[in-house]
Design a protein around this ligand. Sequence first.
Ligand SMILES: [Zn+2]
Length: 657
Amino acid sequence: MKSVSLISLISLVSIAAAQLQPPRPQDNLYLHVNSAWLDATAMPADRVSHSAFSEITDRTETDLRAIIEQLAATSPAPGTPARQIVDLYTSVADPKYVEALGATPLRAELDRIEAMRTMRDVAAEAGRLSQFAVGGPFEGSVGVDPRNPSRLVVRLSQGGNLLPDREYYLSDTAAFVELRRKYEHYLVTIFTLAGRPDPAAGAKAALAVETALARGEWAPTAAAPEPPARALTLTRMAVEFPGFDWQGWARPQGVDRVEDILVLHPSYFATLSKLTQSVPIDSWKAWLAARHITALAPYLSAPFVDARFEFFGRELTGQAAPREHWKRGVGLVNTYLGDAIGRLYAQQRFPAGAERRVEALGATIVAAFKDAIRASDWMSVAAKNEAVAKLSALSIKIGAPSRWRDYGALVVKADDLLGNIQRAKMFDTAYRMQRVSAPLDRREWNTTPQTANAFYNPSQNEIVLPAAILQAPLYDAAADDAANYGGIGAIIGHELAHAFDSRGRYVDSRGLSRDWWKPEDVAGFSARASGLVAQFNAYQPIDGIRVDGVRTFQENLGDLIGLSIAHRAYRLSLKGRPAPVVGGVTGDQRLLLRWAGIWRTKTRDDYQRHQLYSSTYAPAEYRANGPASNVEAFYEAFGVREGDQMFRPPNMRIKIW
Ligand SMILES: [Zn+2]
């Protein structure tokens, strides 16, 4: 026994030593940069993953709380945006009055659901509840019309189930079978809490409907593009997908006033049409009740909040504790009064000078991207010209919008959380539908300044960089250009790459839907793309579960292009001068170290597994190392050689542009 404990002692010591000594960049760039952070950082209990991005989100959240508390201290007058913000926040942050209500706030809607007699009633009720964002047996959204980029269109797509992905309903692996058992238990719990008769039968029925819908979903099987969307009038939909009352569903939301609807994944709607014939009405009732209760549970009394959290938080993602009330308060203010609070946030927290510096950096990234495309050895001249034209037409929105949304007509009460949510959702639905009928305003932002993310909008050919994303380590006012090219520069490059991925590629420089690639462009691209798929397919973060190189392809492509273009842009920004060496670290090294640093992430195992099955993003370590191991600059900057763990033979290094 003694020798055993000695051996374990030795191995403990060597593990500790290994943690103190991070790997060399040549062996693992990500761990070289991030080991110290990973060791020193604890996973927050209310998170399933913690990263540089969530650190930025946390900082922003704290800033927003401070702004709200400042407003509250001034006792703002009724009817002002400040009063709305304070009242919405108070209705969540101090939820005692909600407890006394129990299931009462659900009663009226559940009675209406129970009173449904026909499939017609189901469609009408689903349409009515869609105003509160509960939805039908599919997902609805509003976006730019690909046939006419100067207007918006209503889009319907597959989905609308409560579990994250079709695999969750269909896979026979033990983990999914067990999750479905727990999901059914969750459904029984909420039906019991809501006082629904025969909760066990209801749970089985709701799960059966969702499983049948999941079976009809289109699943990505290869790098092939999605089946094309179809534009259909409601009348035409009634012919093609009979059994569901499309008019009845559309009317309550004002969708019946639009010319036509863009139907994504048409085969899914054919399945839905068949199910309307075969699924009994009682099953639809249970299904809709489950959706409605789940949607409202976060705004009801503690038993509902807890039941939802136990399954969707703890079981599904491994989250250890629910979010604190103040964080939920900030979250709801962000969601429903986003521009009102965003305006104050941008005024107070967007550093002066950041806009100009990021604008200059963005312009250099675009210039470098054009150079890279012109220098490409596989793209046709015609495609190169269109790609360069598309880059010339690109706009970059930085910081905050110049016009703000008016929430004046929205009624907010400090003691009516559920009412606030329902009114706010209806207010949003009306706002979206009014935008569908009006011409598109390109100055409008589809996100708020306090959103810690960056976006590429394919239909408007624009990149949006909200104020909140322009924080360290992504944008670091104190750092030199090399670090900022490796941070926000690579993020801009990533977003730009989406202009040329399997969605962006079908939109031309004027915003029209059109495939402007020749067969030789497609062949050249695919040859390179397949290498990237294979590279990521080989990564295995959890025993027995590999990264899905196909599902994560677009984002991996964005990362690879983002890093390559950021490096090219950094070189361009030097205008032939040598890069400064800072503390013995070269410019290229600083750029690559920052690149690896922005991906620092801790993830709970359950969530990691969930992500590996459903996310379009690869785990952070591979997002850092995968692209780096493909770019020549990494080999030069750190003298990477055969035998080093990150080494890929030159003929395996993937270069798109
Ligand atoms: Zn992306």
